[in-house]
Design a protein around this ligand. Structure first.
Ligand SMILES: [Zn+2]
Length: 172
């Protein structure tokens, strides 16, 4: 299927009423909040969102988001590639109050005002789906760690050499 250009703003209630589907890609560099937790803003998100109503007439959006982004490994502090793949299943409600009334296990998309930014919704879902801990597989990480340690040693040795001068300049 051809990828369509996704709108910046969406009207979720209207989309649900019309039973519309959104399918396309959003680039990570348009999602500022998400980009702050990544090591760069490269990449794009594959978006598939199906809006509609359930048998009780509640407004729903279901779908799937997938992407490959770069995050910082918490062991070696180097970038690593992370696959994020998440299903979306949200009830579209008009207020926080309505959200509280939803059956347990059903998450809400609170739309107080239409239209809303599609990016806001995609970001919210992806932020929840990101891994809490990002670490390279050991074999990818440890050589880097060893290299870092060597670099630290070089710096420490350089500092020792510099030290006598630092003392001298302090005496001036
Ligand atoms: Zn690492």
């Amino acid at each position: 299927m051809q990828e369509q250009q996704l709108p910046t703003l969406i009207a979720p209630f209207k989309l649900a009423r019309q039973g519309q589907e959104l399918r396309g890609v959003v680039s990570v560099n348009g999602l500022e909040r998400l980009a702050t937790v990544l090591s760069d803003d490269k990449g794009h998100i594959n978006v598939l969102l199906q809006f509609g109503k359930d048998q009780q007439g509640s407004n729903l959006v279901r779908g799937h988001l997938s992407t490959r982004v770069n995050m910082v490994c918490q062991r070696c502090m180097k970038p690593m590639s992370v696959n994020v793949d998440t299903n979306v299943s949200l009830a579209i409600v008009a207020s926080e109050e309505r959200a509280m009334q939803l059956p347990e296990g059903l998450e809400a998309l609170i739309v107080e005002e239409e239209p809303m930014a599609l990016a806001r919704m995609i970001e919210d879902e992806l932020m929840l789906a990101l891994p809490i801990v990002t670490l390279h597989e050991n074999r990818d990480c440890e050589p880097v760690l060893k290299k870092l340690q060597e670099e630290t040693n070089v710096i420490e040795q350089a500092e020792k050499k510099v030290n006598p001068f630092a003392v001298l300049s302090g005496l001036k």
